[in-house]
Design a protein around this ligand. Structure first.
Ligand SMILES: [Fe+2]
Length: 199
């Protein structure tokens, strides 16, 4: 069975239970997913992450977008919730919930990605990531910006957009993420993790 045939025979997240979303939530997320499909089908790959970040902006302004189940956190680390998985496995939409002090490793991504701030004020630190003669990479921080609700950004796959996100506030942070691969089985597989070098 080809991937397309397998996708066609799979239940659609927009006509079935939609990862636990209420119908109102499902409609907004599925409309966004349809827009992402249009972008993937019409734009050069290099323009996809920026266009998806732009298309995300209306969702970030919707106070009823997320169900309670998609806002649950956990004590150990930030928590991911899959909101939508493309049946053709071309992208995944997630919410990430950050308690105060929770932080990602310094990392790049194995696919393009788009990120938006839904609630709170996370920080995004960016890193240069040169490789030494042995091919080992040594990230050095070059900027650290505090974001606000409604802000968006995007990354390309690989080591040119290495970053870290953290919640340095005393309030909950919620971010929305779209990545250009299937992450239902293993959301962690999106990250290329690196050890930061003190600068
Ligand atoms: Fe990231």
């Amino acid at each position: 069975m080809s991937n397309d045939e397998r996708a066609a025979s799979s239940p659609s997240p927009c006509t079935d239970d939609g990862y636990g979303a209420r119908p109102e939530t499902r409609d907004a997320i599925c409309a966004f997913a349809a827009r992402i499909e249009e972008i993937l089908d019409s734009l050069p790959r290099s323009e996809v992450p920026g266009a998806v970040a732009e298309a995300m902006k209306p969702l970030l302004a919707d106070p009823d977008l997320l169900d309670e189940a998609h806002c649950l956190c956990q004590p150990e680390t930030y928590r991911r919730h899959v909101l939508y998985a493309d049946p053709k496995k071309r992208f995944t939409i997630l919410s990430l919930i950050w308690r105060p002090g929770q932080v990602t490793p310094v990392h790049g991504h194995r696919s393009w990605g788009a990120v938006g701030v839904y609630e709170g004020c996370p920080n995004v630190a960016l890193y240069d990531c040169p490789a030494d003669e042995g091919g080992e990479r040594h990230p050095v921080e070059k900027s650290d910006v505090t974001c606000a609700p409604g802000d968006t950004t995007f990354v390309h796959a690989g080591y040119d957009d290495v970053h870290k996100i953290y919640n340095g506030t005393e309030e909950r942070v919620i971010t929305l993420h779209v990545y250009g691969r299937d992450l239902v089985e293993d959301p962690e597989s999106i990250n290329l993790t690196l050890a930061a070098t003190a600068s």
